[in-house]
Write a protein that binds this ligand. Structure first.
Ligand code: GRF
Length: 190
């Protein structure tokens, strides 16, 4: 059984989608949820899934990443899945989990990635630039923000009536298909 830790800071709709998709899977289990925000929506959203959930403050992520490695070891985690996790991941964790940390980003990377490009900012920039396509990218996490190898990418059309909100809503739906698929692909290569 491959055990996944999902890291989320926000509403956690991707985290919930993964918990639901893999609930009865005999190869993959979402075994741990970590958040860096005490009031993150993900906490209420996943409370009925019987998955251990821990709040770890930013100071621990920054100052004592070894403590996080201990927790990941305690839960026998094989793969770290970032799902709207809004905090720096220490190189200590990245090197201990080399090629075993993945992220989902709501654009066609390398376009609209990097510093400041998250959530609504991405969709606003895409619409402002008059793009006719946007999409979702799942990639490996390295020391470069949004810079690791791409695992899967899928595009959708941006239509003239789109606002950042409508685009974001469609991109979220695409994410719910693409992330489980990308996880299966990563696991096949592990
Ligand atoms: C998603 O759009 C994802 O691409 C980005 O953060 C957002 C998280 O949304 N990295 P949710 O909390 O899973 O709803």
């Amino acid at each position: 059984m491959i055990k996944i830790a999902v890291l989320a800071s926000g509403s956690g709709s991707n985290a919930e989608n993964l918990a639901r998709k893999f609930r009865y899977n005999d190869r993959i289990s979402v075994s741990l949820i970590l958040t860096n925000r005490k009031k993150a929506g993900v906490i209420a959203r996943l409370k009925d899934y019987e998955i251990p959930m821990l709040y770890i403050p930013n100071s621990v992520w920054d100052d004592t990443p070894y403590k996080i490695l201990d927790i990941l070891e305690e839960y026998n985690i094989d793969l770290i899945v970032l799902a709207g996790f809004m905090h720096f991941i220490s190189p200590v964790i990245i090197s201990a989990f080399r090629n075993r940390i993945i992220n989902i980003h709501p654009s066609l990377l390398p376009a609209y990635g990097g510093k400041g490009m998250w959530g609504h900012h991405v969709h606003e920039a895409v619409i402002k630039a008059g793009e006719t396509k946007s999409g979702v990218t799942v990639h490996h996490v390295t020391e470069d923000i949004d810079g690791g190898d791409i695992i899967l990418q899928r595009s959708i059309a941006v239509v003239p009536s789109d606002t950042p909100d409508t685009l974001e809503a469609r991109i979220h739906l695409l994410e719910y298909d693409l992330y489980p698929e990308a996880i299966l692909k990563v696991i096949d290569n592990m």
